[in-house]
Ligand binder design. Structure first.
Ligand code: 13P
Length: 251
C-alpha cells in the first residue's frame, strides 16, 4: 500500500555540538512542528547521544521525532563507552540509525553486529533505520544486489515478527560526495528492496529511503521519480533553510 506522506531523517553525525543542538530546537521546533502538521510528513532528527535527552524534551508534545545514530548490540555488560538500547528507550528515543556505512567503515561494524543492534532496538520498541549500501567498486562491478543482500539477510532474520521497518539505501560513494546514482538506479534498487521485504517480512510495513548527497535540488526528483518513501540526509540537514524546504515537500 502506497504511503501518503514522506519520512525525513536528519543524521547530524558528529557535526552539531551540544549547545548548537539545544539552539536548533529552541529556534526551529515550532516551525518544524508546523511543517509536520501541515504536510503529515514524519520528521526525525538524530543528534549525538549526549544531546538526545534535551532533544526529546524540546520536541515533547510536537510531531517531531528523535533518533539516535547508533546503539550497542549487547543488552548490558562490560562494554566501555557503549550505549544500550534500553537507556535510549528510557530517554524517549523513538528511532535509531543502525549500520551506517561510517560505522561499518571506521568502527568495524559487521552485518552480524548490525543485526544484533536491530534485535536490541526491537526488544525495547525503538524503530531501527537500517542503512545498506555498496562501495563504488561493487557498484561498478555490478555487485550492488549481492552486496546489499549480504547486509539484508542477517537483518531479515531478526525482523521476522516486525510490524514495521525502515531501510535506507545509501551508496557509500554517494555519501558527502555530491555524486549520486541516477534516479532509474535508485528506483530499481529500492523497488527490489521492497519486493525482497514483501517476501521476507510479510507482516511488516516497510519504508524504503534513499540517502547520499541529497540536496534541495535533487530531493524532489529522487522522491517522485524513484518512488522512495523519503530521504536520509547528512550535510543538507545542517542548513536549516535547505532542510526546511526539503521536509516541506508533499507527496
Ligand atoms: P550526505 O547527505 O552528507 O551525503 O550524508 C548522507 C548520510 O550519510 C546520511 O546518513
Amino acid at each position: 500500500v502506497a504511503q501518503k506522506t514522506y519520512l525525513f531523517v536528519a543524521n547530524w553525525k558528529m557535526n552539531v555540538p551540544f549547545d548548537a543542538a539545544q539552539f536548533f530546537f529552541g529556534l526551529h521546533s515550532a516551525q518544524l512542528q508546523q511543517i509536520a502538521c501541515s504536510t503529515g510528513n514524519t520528521l526525525i532528527v538524530c543528534p549525538s547521544f549526549v544531546s538526545l535527552s534535551e532533544a526529546v524534551a524540546a520536541v515533547r508534545g510536537t510531531q517531531i521525532h528523535i533518533g539516535a545514530q547508533n546503539c550497542s548490540e549487547h543488552v548490558s555488560g562490560a562494554y566501555t563507552g557503549e550505549v544500550d538500547a534500553v537507556s535510549l528507550a528510557q530517554m524517549g528515543t523513538e528511532y535509531c540509525i543502525v549500520g551506517h556505512s561510517e560505522r561499518r567503515q571506521y568502527y568495524g561494524e559487521t552485518n552480524e553486529m548490525v543485526a544484533g543492534k536491530v534485535a536490541q532496538l526491537m526488544a525495547v520498541g525503538i524503530t531501527p533505520i537500517m542503512c545498506i549500501g555498496q562501495t563504488r567498486e561493487q557498484y561498478k562491478n555490478n555487485e550492488t544486489k549481492s552486496a546489499l543482500m549480504n547486509q539484508l539477510m542477517p537483518i531479515f532474520c531478526v525482523l521476522r515478527t516486525a510490524q514495521s521497518a525502515v531501510i535506507a539505501y545509501e551508496p557509500v560513494w554517494a555519501i558527502g560526495t555530491g555524486e549520486l546514482p541516477d534516479v532509474q538506479h535508485i528506483a530499481g534498487i529500492t523497488e527490489w528492496v521492497r519486493e525482497l521485504c514483501a517476501a521476507e517480512l510479510p507482516h511488516a510495513k516497510v519504508q524504503v529511503l534513499y540517502g547520499g548527497s541529497v540536496s534541495e535540488s535533487n530531493a524532489q526528483d529522487i522522491m517522485k521519480d524513484a518512488r522512495v518513501d523519503g530521504v536520509l540526509m547528512g550535510g543538507v540537514s545542517l542548513d536549516f533553510q535547505k532542510f526546511k524546504n526539503i521536509v516541506s515537500l508533499k507527496r
